[in-house]
Design a protein around this ligand. Structure first.
Ligand code: AMP
Length: 508
């Protein structure tokens, strides 16, 4: 089915002839959606998009609550030859305007509650139409779907055509659109399905957001490719996850999930029949790994990936899942460690920049040929920006990030973007934004601010000014006022010193 469409044919193949098998069960209502019903709706979504004028290669931007309909729209957009472009639901209208002007999507699908704020922004960016999808699965996009019949003939797309663009944050405040081909997505999910032993018997607890590679591609594509099912949760809820465990086999999460799950009583009993716990998107503390094993008897399987590359490495399914490591390069994926200055490959065990090559790697940054050339070498290796080493047993260890990326609750936060907003406020001389260890979020965003002498700047005042300017996950959890920032002889702010000094801010 859909043979001419590289990705969707592969997402469909495991469920052909199993139309009545359950793909997704709503975690609250218990409503079950079969594979037959899901793909019929994907076809209707595709038909609605094409009826609306969507041409192959057109972008479909979506900033909407996590719903089944949004998954139908993802698969439908790809089936229609389009390029799916999901946006973090927390982005403000001001932030969304950058993505719309950069990606020039034909269509924006958003939460009905956001239409008023997004309409003028979309109009300015030349978006031709806004449709809606609400948290309760209703909206004008759902109506357009329901007005169509199933039986849509898939639009032909080859392996190197684009299926999606996912934006990463940029250190200079400019995000980059990672262009992901049909092959990159399909090959990575196929590899992971095999590596992690997913089959049609699996029931995945799906509690990750679907605007990010982890929840959208890893969790969803693997389930579809295995012909398994998922318990679909609109958001993370520790107690509900624990309650679903006896009816599930696998959970994919960010480290914060596991830290929070410890607080739920009865975890050991609930998790008894689960077969797999996966963690990624941020470093899982060895302490969390060890505690999880002690409490539940399961060793969390940690993997490493990124928006541009999908997944690169994974701890083994059978074998030693080593705490504090991200395991081995996946089959078909090469990982090397290079000298940040010379680009030469480094000897085993030495720390350098991780570079990755394989069918999983993106095709470049959307309309940014110079950036693409800087980070994607002619020989196919992508310079990840992560610092790490490969130990004598072949396990990859990530020791830090060469850029000052903060990962809070699984979300990437680039300090520069926040510093620019804070520095713009009246009464601020300058600021430095750092990530500080936080038991719950992994890292918390902390802003160290130098106020003008005699200014009446207050923490509350700064926080209030940031509310409309930055998504919630980027807002500092703590503001520290200082007379001056520590600098080295070259005048560079020494963030390492700040991180060291404030490392204990959130420890109890
Ligand atoms: P994203 O593009 O949002 O998926 O973020 C990718 C970045 O998250 C990577 O470049 C790493 O810095 C970080 N990351 C992902 N998985 C892990 C992991 N298991 N351990 C440490 N860092 C990770």
């Amino acid at each position: 089915m859909y043979d001419n469409n590289y990705l969707v044919s592969r997402l469909r193949i495991a469920s052909v002839g199993r139309e009545d098998a359950v793909f997704l069960a709503d975690h609250q209502t218990g409503e079950r959606v079969t594979y037959g019903a899901f793909f019929a709706n994907c076809e209707k979504m595709a038909a609605a998009l094409v009826a609306d004028g969507l041409k192959p290669g057109d972008r479909v931007a979506v900033q909407a609550p996590k719903t089944r309909a949004m998954l139908e729209l993802y698969v439908g957009a790809v089936l229609a030859g389009g390029v799916f472009l999901p946006l973090n639901a927390a982005y403000t209208a001001a932030e969304v305007s950058y993505f719309l002007s950069d990606a020039a999507p034909r269509l924006l699908v958003c939460d009905p509650e956001a239409v008023e704020a997004l309409e003028p922004v979309a109009e300015d960016c030349g978006v031709q139409k806004i449709l809606t999808l609400a948290a309760d699965e209703t909206g004008t996009m759902a109506d357009a779907r329901d007005a169509q019949s199933s039986g849509f003939a898939a639009v032909a797309r080859k392996s190197d055509d684009l299926a999606a663009i996912l934006y990463t944050s940029g250190t200079t405040g400019r995000s980059k659109g990672a262009m992901l081909t049909h092959r990159a997505l399909a090959s990575n999910s196929e590899t992971l399905r095999e590596y992690w032993h997913f089959t049609s018997d699996d029931v995945l607890i799906h509690a990750l957001p679907i605007f990010h590679t982890h929840g959208l591609f890893v969790a969803t594509n693997i389930t579809l490719m295995a012909g398994g099912s998922c318990i679909f949760m609109a958001r993370f809820d520790a107690e509900a996850i624990r309650d679903h465990m006896p009816n599930a086999t696998a959970l994919m999460g960010v480290p914060t999930f596991y830290v929070r799950l410890f607080a739920t009583p009865g975890l050991a009993k609930a998790s008894r029949n689960m077969r797999l716990f996966v963690s990624g998107s941020a470093p899982l503390l060895a302490e969390t790994h060890n505690k999880w094993r002690a409490v539940t008897g399961h060793a969390i399987l940690e993997r490493y990936g990124m928006t541009e590359t999908n997944m690169n490495t994974s701890n083994p399914y059978d074998g030693d899942r080593r705490a504090g490591t991200v395991g081995f390069p996946l089959p078909g994926v090469e990982v090397i460690v290079t000298d940040p200055d010379t680009g030469q490959e480094m000897p085993r065990g030495e720390i350098g920049v991780l570079e990755v090559r394989g069918p999983n790697v993106f095709a470049g940054y959307w309309q940014m040929p110079e950036k693409t050339a800087e980070e994607l070498r002619d020989n196919g290796f992508f310079i990840t920006g992560d610092l790490g080493c490969i130990d004598e047993d072949g396990y990859v260890n990530i020791v830090g990030r060469s850029k000052d990326l903060i990962i809070s609750g699984g979300f990437n936060v680039y300090p520069k973007e926040i510093e620019l907003v804070i520095d713009d406020l009246d009464g601020v001389v300058e600021s430095a934004v750092i990530g500080v260890p936080h038991g719950d979020f992994g890292e918390a965003v902390v802003a160290v601010i130098v106020p003008e002498p005699n200014s009446d700047l207050t923490a509350e005042g700064v926080q209030a000014s940031l509310l409309g300017a930055l998504a919630k996950f980027k807002q500092p959890k703590s503001l520290i006022f200082v007379e001056e920032l520590p600098r080295n002889t070259m005048g560079k702010v020494q963030k390492n010193e700040l991180r060291k000094k404030h490392a204990g801010l959130f420890s109890s």
